[in-house]
Design a protein around this ligand. Sequence first.
Ligand code: SF4
Ligand code: SF4
Length: 138
Amino acid sequence: MPHLKDLGKFFYSKELKVFDMAHITRKTFKCTKCGECCKPITKVSEKDIQRIEKAGFKRGEFLDVDPFRKESGVKDVLKRKNGYCMFLRDNKDKTFDCTIYEHRPDVCREYPFFEGVEKLPSCLPNELVWYKKIEEMG
Ligand code: SF4
Ligand code: SF4
């Protein structure tokens, strides 16, 4: 039976690319424009709102109340349409684009590598809950 140390080498061998499949890093990450990260609610700051206004939109057109904090009445999330952020365009070829890319909120600029995050299992939002476990693996 091979020694565990050797198995480790095997699983991390570049030829098999197992390591690459299991993780993405800032260097290896490549966006496929699948649009999945534009499905969750996008919270915006006043700075983000003003930046979007500079793109020619009025805040009443793109702001909504956070559905998880309805009682607050505060409009601090981007409106959604058909389950996605209203600013997402379906290119009809299985790719999506942000129509306010140059004016997009900070959270969209940073995603998925927020400050202090160097390694992730995936950039898909529903898989990011595993991030901490991966970090613990070192
Ligand atoms: S989920 Fe990942 S691949 Fe898809 S659009 Fe967002 S960053 Fe790109
Ligand atoms: S502003 Fe652009 S990048 Fe951000 S969620 Fe909306 S479509 Fe996606």
